[in-house]
Design a protein around this ligand. Structure first.
Ligand SMILES: Cc1ncc(COP(=O)(O)O)c(C=O)c1O
Length: 440
């Protein structure tokens, strides 16, 4: 029996990344979920086209994960994260290292994607310092990049509205150009043909600052939150080559692309490129419990393991790093992925997903459709003088019609749970087609 919870006062909760006044005038409340669907407060089923916020990769309320959380909470609720341990954190770390591409051998746990990003940036800076190269203090991000909302992340990130209100941010940061190029790449299927040369900008930036001042380059292999920007063919390999040549660490932010989104365990597998540091969160616990994991190479880890053994090697960590319940959820999630083949399901379904999405070409307002793995985007022509309004109307209309989509700017971004079936894809795409024909 689903509880029909309709709180009568919505004012206290200042909602994140939400148009609060609009929401509170006509709230959109979920009260339950199972597999591919949410249930709304008024008892409607809503098809999840976004895996929650790109995180519920195995679908909702999966029994193995629920059970693991319940048992763990009853057995060991919390163990201090500093100077003490518990077995499940070690077990989860081992499983992650097994799953990750060769060369990523150690794991630091966090509680979110944002914290994973901060952790990765701090590891990168400290690594150069322990190696005696403390002059490497610069960090390079990319325009339109999203790396969470903490100060390091918004500094290397490149989404203007996430940065402009917050002062000077981190110093010593530069940005690569973004790779979005509708003039040359509109309606690309998979990786676009044009734009690998944009990676050469890294050489220019490196030359400008001198390689000896640069610690790391951080990019999302596929930029998600800015509206699904898929890297041009050859682009990421160029970044890998240039960073390697200059002794600069390459950080892949796989908070969205990790755990099967592209039809491989990680984007690093999809593109055949191993970064020095890999940032993950979201799908690690199927979104059920907040947790992130940062994977680093042995070379990075080992550089810290010097000096007297009673001393702490890296002054960083969180009260909840490797929390027992989160660790149990992570292990159960990885088991669910494995048992059901979910980390490669995107490869099987990718062609069907691609054809379905590209059938929206020619519908009203559509200026681009793009896809990779089980990710898709439909870019809409903005209303003159009112950017984002059209996509927001589409989002609200889709919700009212029984589909959860996500919009960012005037782009509809889609990323269904990896348990999605072909009939769900048809339903979602037809639902969006109808919405596009109805919105102004
Ligand atoms: C690539 C990337 N990095 C970092 C984050 C931040 O994650 P969180 O919201 O868990 O802090 C996100 C969230 O969408 C993301 O997409």
């Amino acid at each position: 029996m689903v509880a029909h919870v309709v709180p009568n006062d919505l004012s206290a909760f200042w909602m994140p990344f939400t148009a609060n006044r609009q929401f509170k005038k006509s709230p959109r409340m979920f009260v339950a979920a199972r597999d591919m669907h949410y249930t709304t407060a008024d008892g409607r089923q809503v098809l999840d086209g976004t895996a929650g916020l790109w995180c519920v990769n195995a679908g909702h309320c999966r029994p193995r994960i629920t059970q693991a959380i319940q048992s763990q909470a009853a057995e060991l609720d919390y163990a201090p994260a500093f100077q003490m341990g518990h077995p499940k954190a070690f077990e989860l770390a081992n499983r992650l290292v097994d799953l990750a591409p060769d060369g990523l051998d150690h794991v630091l746990f966090t509680n979110s994607g944002s914290e994973s990003v901060e952790t990765a940036l701090k590891v990168a800076l400290a690594y150069h310092r322990v190696k005696g190269e403390g002059s490497r203090f610069r960090l390079i991000g990319r325009e339109r990049g999203y790396h969470g909302v903490n100060f390091g992340g918004i500094s290397v990130g490149g989404i203007v509205s996430n940065r402009k209100m917050f002062g000077t941010l981190l110093t010593g940061v530069d940005h690569l150009p973004h790779t979005h190029d509708l003039a040359r790449n509109a309606f690309s299927k998979g990786e676009p043909e044009h734009g690998a040369e944009l990676a050469d900008e890294l050489e220019r930036i490196v030359t400008l600052h001198d390689p000896s001042t640069i610690a790391a380059v951080i990019v999302e292999p596929v930029a998600g939150s800015t509206g699904v920007l898929i890297p041009p063919k050859g682009y990421l390999q160029k970044l890998r080559d240039i960073t390697k040549k200059h002794g600069i660490l390459l950080i892949f932010d796989e908070v969205i692309t990790g755990y099967g989104r592209l039809g491989t365990p990680f984007a690093a597998d999809y593109f055949g490129i191993v970064p020095d540091i890999m940032v993950t969160a979201k799908g690690l616990t199927n979104g059920v419990i907040p947790m992130g994991a940062v994977l680093v190479s042995a070379a990075i880890h080992d550089a810290f393991m010097t000096g007297p053994e009673h001393l702490i090697e890296f002054f960083h960590g969180y009260t909840y790093s490797g929390n027992p319940i989160a660790s149990a959820a992570g292990i159960a999630t990885l088991e669910t992925y494995k048992e059901e083949g979910l980390l490669t399901r995107g490869a099987e379904l990718g062609p069907y997903w691609q054809d379905a999405l590209h059938s929206l070409k020619g519908e009203p307002h559509v200026i681009d459709v793009r896809n990779i793995g089980l990710v898709g985007a439909i870019e809409l022509e903005p209303i003159a003088g009112a950017p984002t309004k059209r996509a927001f109307s589409a989002f609200v209309k889709a919700y009212e019609s029984g589909y959860l989509i996500r919009t960012t700017g005037d782009i509809i971004a889609l990323s269904p749970p990896l348990i999605v079936e072909k009939h769900h894809i048809d339903e979602l795409v037809d639902g969006i087609r109808k919405v596009l024909r109805e919105v102004d």
